[in-house]
Design a protein around this ligand. Structure first.
Ligand SMILES: Cc1cc2nc3c(=O)[nH]c(=O)nc-3n(C[C@H](O)[C@H](O)[C@H](O)COP(=O)(O)OP(=O)(O)OC[C@H]3O[C@@H](n4cnc5c(N)ncnc54)[C@H](O)[C@@H]3O)c2cc1C
Length: 326
């Protein structure tokens, strides 16, 4: 059966205002974002878990009357908590804040400054308000006990799970406009993140993208009107190659819909499939995503060496595509 009226919307991060308005009308108020103020995301395997500890605020804290052994036993079982926490002492905290306030930032356009800062202040700007501002804001330590000392830390950085598989985590409250190199340098000063692998750096810029986990399936097809596909950065993939990959999937599927009722999804062991899966998987804190190894399904056993781990993931992906050597 042939169909008519199939469209692919691929108007990018700077989609014109009139089209954005129409997209908002069909997708609803929560359906379209105009700015990207995202915190950095890191690979869980690169966090030093000898320093970090699991637990949600107040749940993890040792109660006043709580027996120390019972508390230790209780926090052992917190591995399923939403947060990984990184404690800091006074010296570590002050050194971090000092480097943060002096780090190099990306220049924003005036309109971006106005619109983004209103809703979401960059961490480096917050830190400039005073040495203790972060300790009373995103780095506040109340409700935590450092398992290594048995006391409340001076400050705590929290990491929140960022994908369903729990392989990548974002730094809570770390929306930033620091240059990428500076993010690596300054955020690696946080105890436990010395060897952090950043899968995505924090950004603050104009970026029009839809709430794909709610709106799209793995073929980039709009769930409420199967004649509409979205592709490119407007779907929440980010970058040239990522945008091309989504266009490929949407294009193939638009053609298949035109010709028949069939569709084609790509295995999530390949990067094309993993991106499609990421943007279409339930995620309350959906943020645009680049291609990175962290969104591929994890390996059965832990391989510490990054080069070796990536090689195996790449080989698995090639095998999935029936390619033995490239
Ligand atoms: C300064 C800058 C540097 C970048 N550098 C890199 C980089 O080095 N590497 C990288 O991977 N990515 C980079 N990116 C990101 C990259 O540009 C995007 O991820 C990619 O171009 C998105 O592709 P797209 O096809 O979704 O959108 P676009 O490439 O933006 O294409 C969308 C097109 O739709 C048009 N359009 C908008 N509204 C309408 C409308 N109503 N009707 C018809 N047409 C419309 C636009 O004019 C545009 O031509 C950069 C982005 C910027 C802004």
């Amino acid at each position: 059966m042939q169909r008519i009226g199939i469209v692919i919307i691929a108007t990018g991060p700077l989609t014109s205002d009139s089209l954005a308005k129409e997209i908002k009308e069909i997708t609803g108020d929560e359906g379209l974002h105009f700015y990207d103020a995202a915190a950095p995301i890191i690979e869980k395997d690169s966090i030093d878990m000898n320093i970090a500890f699991w637990g949600d605020r107040y749940d993890q804290e040792r109660g006043k009357e709580e027996d120390i052994d019972e508390w230790k036993k209780r926090i052992e079982n917190l591995k399923e908590a939403d947060y990984i926490n990184l404690p800091m002492n006074k010296e570590e905290y002050e050194n971090f804040v000092n480097e943060l306030v002096n780090a190099e930032v990306v220049q924003l356009h005036e309109f971006e400054k106005r619109e983004i800062f209103e809703g979401c202040m960059p961490i480096e700007i917050m830190a400039k308000r005073g040495l203790d501002t972060l300790r009373f804001g995103p780095l506040k330590p109340v409700g935590f006990t450092d398992p290594r000392t048995g006391f409340r830390p001076y400050a705590v950085v929290q990491l929140r799970q960022d994908n369903k598989e729990g392989s990548i985590y974002n730094l809570v409250g770390f929306q930033t406009n620091l240059k990428f190199g500076e993010q690596k340098r300054v955020f690696s000063l946080i105890p436990g993140l010395e060897k952090a692998e950043f899968v995505k750096y924090g950004v603050m810029h104009r970026n029009t993208y839809i709430n794909s986990p709610e709106l799209l399936d793995e073929t980039y097809n709009y769930k409420l009107n199967s004649n509409i596909y979205f592709a490119g950065q407007i779907t929440g993939v980010e970058g040239y190659v990522e945008s091309i990959s989504s266009g490929l999937v949407a294009g193939i599927n638009a053609y298949m819909r035109y010709k028949s009722d069939e569709s084609k999804t790509f295995s999530n062991k390949t990067m094309i499939g993993a991106l499609a899966k990421y943007i279409s998987t339930d995620n309350k804190k959906f943020q645009p995503m680049n291609a990175n190894f962290g969104i591929l399904p994890g390996l059965d056993s832990r391989i510490k060496d990054k080069k070796e781990r990536y090689k195996i993931l790449a080989e698995k992906s090639l095998k999935e595509m029936n390619i033995t050597k490239v």
